[in-house]
Design a protein around this ligand. Structure first.
Ligand SMILES: [Zn+2]
Length: 488
């Protein structure tokens, strides 16, 4: 085992442009990747799109566009989120790519002993792209897609023998060998196992798939079903098809494999995916971080309701770090949350403009009046920084981003009080310089702690603090308005 860390994000359908809810997952994964990097770990962070989903084909038909063209257009709007959200991703995969197709087929063949063909008749939700059991439905409807009527579908498909893996999966979850965060979600998965695991369909006829998807090896009449195709992206983006060194480094031998995803697809990641990996003789992931759904003004985000907001429009108005801050601070990391313009403005003006922005501008304005600051940092400042560092580390160990940010804001508030109490403009020049030196040490610590969450702001702060090589003195330039106030 090496010390590398591999972090993945779920690959969304590309039947529409991304909305602010998906940005939550990316912000969480990116903050984690940057946090581990700040601890000098080697991290690989990846993203991509599920281009082969039947849902994409249906959306392309509705839009009157060829599927390939429709899918490419939306894929690019997901790919562009790297810039919009300032993500430190290392790679991006489309499931139309050759490296993915060859990898999915190789994986299929590795699971051959657990794959068999049978005729099946069942209720199928196009929204989920899966067959539903009666017990999955509420009033005959899929709880995730209450507007769609499940269709009765009968066909011959390949199935994967999930039923063989119930005991192994239970052991994995009970022992935390595969840890699910939050723990309440583990309980849900264990209930699924208790209820009995049924084999699941891993292919569909080419005709129903409208000719779209990855061919099943050795059977030209079938294409792979969404999960066998989509889930293997996590391997294929590392070069699984060719046994690339990257695959060995970040999958087979890595210290940690962490999947970030939304609650709607947990079952496939916590039950199907580990069973498939065991069957293929591959190493298993260690952790699954599950977030909830984001509503918009208290309502479900839905294209058909016209109730959607693109991350671009938020970033245009408030800046990328403000959106990242909102997603990581306002929304509890493992529960459903809400986005609203009003709450965004409150967080922006309160925490960012009046809080961090005002503090940074105030103390650097004072410090920039002196050519250079040096000294020995006071114990009080050291203690406050240590406390913030420890609290951030504790929060990040349990993926509580909002608590990590709260600890950083506590340090900012401490700094504000420190200025107010000591008034480094009233005392002797030596004393004032000492107080300001203390504050620059504190501001530097704020920038370092902030970086995983608000990287652009952290870098702006760092640029204004030019430390000597021995870190014992600093030249400061004034920080202009980091977050200009925004009025309604
Ligand atoms: Zn559904």
């Amino acid at each position: 085992m090496n010390k590398k860390v591999y972090i993945t994000t779920g690959i969304p359908y590309v039947n529409a442009a991304p909305h602010v809810g998906f940005a939550l997952e990316l912000a969480q994964a990116d903050a984690l990747a940057r946090y581990y990097r700040s601890l000098h770990e080697e991290v690989r962070l990846v993203a991509g799109t599920d281009d082969n989903a039947l849902k994409n084909v249906l959306a392309a038909e509705a839009a009157g566009l060829p599927t390939e063209q429709f899918v490419a257009k939306h894929r690019e709007s997901f790919r562009a989120l790297k810039a919009t959200l300032n993500l430190a991703t290392d790679d991006f995969i489309s499931t139309r790519e050759e490296r993915h197709i060859r990898g999915a087929q190789k994986f299929w063949l590795s699971c051959a002993k657990d794959i068999y063909k049978k005729s099946y008749r069942g209720l199928y939700c196009v929204g989920c792209e899966e067959f539903k059991r009666e017990t999955d439905l509420v009033d005959g409807r899929c709880p995730e897609h209450p507007k769609l009527t499940p269709e009765t579908v009968e066909e011959e498909n390949y199935f994967f023998r999930l039923s063989n893996y119930a005991r192994e999966l239970k052991n994995l979850l009970v022992s935390d060998e595969l840890q699910i965060i939050p723990e309440s979600r583990r309980g849900e998965m264990l209930k699924f196992i208790e209820a009995g695991l049924e084999d699941f369909s891993v292919s569909r006829p080419v005709a129903r798939a409208k000719g779209w998807g990855i061919p099943v090896p050795g059977d030209p009449n079938q294409v792979m079903y969404v999960w066998f195709d989509a889930l293997t992206n996590y391997l294929n983006i590392l070069g699984y098809a060719d046994d690339a060194p990257l695959f060995n480094d970040y999958w087979t031998d890595s210290r940690l494999i962490l999947h970030c995803l939304g609650k709607g697809i947990l079952r496939f990641h916590a039950l199907y995916w580990p069973a498939m990996l065991i069957s293929a003789g591959l190493r298993l992931p260690n952790q699954i971080l599950v977030h909830g759904y984001v509503t918009l003004n208290g309502q479900k985000i839905s294209k058909s309701l016209g109730n959607t907001i693109h991350p671009d429009s938020v970033v245009e108005r408030y800046g990328v770090d403000a959106l990242r801050y909102y997603l990581l601070r306002e929304i509890a990391p493992h529960e459903d949350g809400d986005y609203s313009e009003e709450k965004m403005r409150d967080r922006y003006n309160g925490d960012l403009a009046n809080g961090l922005g005002n503090f940074a501008s105030r103390v650097t304005t004072l410090a920039a009046k002196l050519p250079e600051l040096s000294g020995v940092v006071s114990l009080e400042i050291v203690a406050a920084i240590d406390e913030a560092r420890a609290a951030t580390a504790t929060a990040m160990r349990v993926f509580r981003f909002h608590e990590a940010l709260a600890a950083i804001w506590k340090l900012i508030t401490f700094g504000d009080t420190y200025v107010n109490d000591r008034k480094p403009w009233e005392g002797s020049p030596e004393r004032n310089a000492q107080v300001l030196f203390d504050l620059m040490i504190l501001l530097q610590a704020v920038a370092e702690l902030l970086w995983p969450f608000l990287p652009q702001t952290a870098e702006k702060i760092r640029e204004t603090l030019r430390w000597s090589a021995d870190k014992k003195s600093v030249r400061v330039s004034r920080i202009q308005n980091l977050f200009p106030r925004i009025l309604a």
